[in-house]
Design a protein around this ligand. Structure first.
Ligand code: BG6
Length: 480
């Protein structure tokens, strides 16, 4: 037992994204999104990308885990665990199939009405991500995504359409999932919808800095406008940003390693965080732009929009930490979005993501010190291979250990004085991995019978961690 530190209002729950769980990629008027063009991969094989969807080729998002047809069963299971909140995304191309359509697709809107009604029936608050790597593919081909300023208006139109429609059903919103992915050349497709002409895989970098950062500026403006308009639609809305927090340590106590840590922290975390929370480009990025001949074109009211559209809370994903080093020949390891130098004090998952619960306490304190607004951990979890044993059970003690240790350090951070709103563990039901497209990399409390090639019954089965999390929520984080 730990001392109770979580408030009664603490939002315990789980998180998914439409493209990784819904399936039904072309059902009821939905248009293809970026993800529908991605094939499966693995730790050693990058996901390849087809500009035209090929007949007979396997695309993991097309069926995913069929949440589209099984949401009632799945939400009932979340309710059985006692979820207070369920983070999901709306697939933009279910609402505006081409992104620039005049009218929304009513069948798509009705689907989310049903999903939110189901949540509400079970006393679960939906937390909705508006853009989780799901830009309508037509916007990529026609406009090269957010590199074209007109896409800002298409996004705001989509966001205000769904915010108006669900204003009495959804209170918590996030604008762009892991927006800081766009600061890396190979994150351009997911966040910005930008491609090089001859792109064949998702790691094909858009390394034209001017184009990439201008497109990211458009995303910042779209996010800020959404916050402004959202608050007009319902002043009770709480609208947050979402970053993949990249926590770095110096490999050695060398001053040059520490400078590198500061560089990565500024570029990967503080740049996007400051614009969302403070409404201004920070000094270090202006300097970086000047040194690299990047000139961001601000339209007349952009600065006012950024200043007025700051977020109500800061949310982030946290899976692991990495080291930074200026030495040559250091051992590298993988991680979410980017890897780094291996930390000799940490174990790693089978996918090389280093496990660091204490790093979460450090990160929460660091963020709260910088921003002084409520924080929320909206992704955290362990991607692992789960086996069904002879008795038909899945004993995922490794996952329980991972989650337990992170819940403990969250409670430590609350004890430190951090204002933490909630925790949505990633992939509460097994789903398609974003990074590799695999099913084998499972995060869930609920197992889904499906393999990497798409075979399986899609039946759901509770893992051991299901009952563990149920107990954690029932005791408000006391019995771990
Ligand atoms: C985050 C994404 O990057 O990490 C999720 O927001 C993703 O969409 C999660 O699934 C875990 O990454 P992966 O590659 O293990 O699926």
């Amino acid at each position: 037992m730990i001392e109770v530190v979580f408030s009664d209002k603490f939002l315990w729950g789980g998180a998914v994204a439409a493209n990784q769980c819904e399936g039904a990629w072309d059902v009821d008027g939905k248009g293809p999104s970026i993800c529908d063009h991605l094939r499966g991969g693995s730790l050693t094989k990058k996901r390849s990308f087809d500009r035209k969807i090929l007949e007979g080729e396997y695309y993991p998002s097309h069926e995913a885990v069929d949440f589209y047809h099984r949401y009632e069963e799945d939400i009932a299971l979340f309710a059985e665990m006692g979820f207070k909140v369920f983070r999901l995304s709306i697939a933009w191309s279910r609402i505006f199939p081409n992104g620039d359509d005049q009218e929304p697709n009513e069948a798509g809107l009705e689907f989310y009405d049903k999903v939110f009604d189901e949540c509400i029936k079970h006393g679960i608050e939906p937390l909705v991500t508006l853009s989780h790597f799901e830009i309508p593919y037509a916007l990529v081909e026609k406009y090269n995504g957010f590199s074209d300023r007109r896409v800002v208006d298409f996004f705001v139109n989509y966001a205000t359409t769904v915010m108006t429609r669900y204003k009495d059903k959804v209170k918590y919103w996030l604008t762009f999932n892991e927006i800081n992915f766009a600061t890396l050349p190979f994150g351009a497709l997911n966040v910005l919808g930008m491609l090089n002409e001859d792109t064949v895989d998702t790691h094909d970098p858009v390394d034209n800095l001017q184009e990439r950062y201008q497109a990211l500026h458009h995303v910042f403006v779209a996010s800020a406008k959404t916050v402004i308009e959202g608050h007009k639609i319902n002043p009770e809305f709480e609208i947050g940003c979402m970053l993949a927090h990249m926590t770095f340590y110096p490999l050695n106590p060398k001053p040059t390693d520490m400078m590198l840590v500061q560089h990565w922290d500024n570029h990967m975390n503080n740049f996007c965080g400051d614009i969302h929370v403070k409404g201004e480009y920070p000094y270090f990025i202006k300097n970086y732009f000047a040194e690299n001949d990047v000139e961001i074109k601000f339209e007349e009211n952009d600065q006012e929009i950024l200043s007025a559209g700051t977020v109500d809370f800061y949310s982030f994903s946290y899976y692991s930490t990495n080291c930074a080093s200026t030495d040559q020949g250091t051992e590298l390891t993988a991680g979410n979005l980017m890897g780094g130098v291996r930390n000799p004090y940490l174990e790693a998952s089978d996918w090389g993501w280093q496990i660091d619960p204490i790093g979460l306490r450090y990160t929460l304190n660091k963020l709260y010190d910088r921003y002084q607004i409520p924080l929320m951990v909206v992704e955290n979890g362990l991607g692992a291979v789960d086996e069904i044993n002879e008795d038909g059970n899945i004993i995922d003690d490794y996952r329980i250990d991972y989650l337990r240790e992170h819940v403990v350090t969250m409670s430590d951070a609350i004890d430190d004085g951090v204002e933490l709103m909630g925790y949505t563990m990633w992939g509460c039901i097994d789903l398609i991995s974003a990074g590799t497209g695999e099913m084998k990399k499972r995060y869930g409390f609920i197992y889904v019978d499906k393999d990497n090639d798409g075979n399986g019954t899609l039946d759901r089965k509770k893992k051991k961690s299901f009952d563990w999390y149920k107990k954690v929520i029932a005791t408000n984080g006391q019995d771990l």
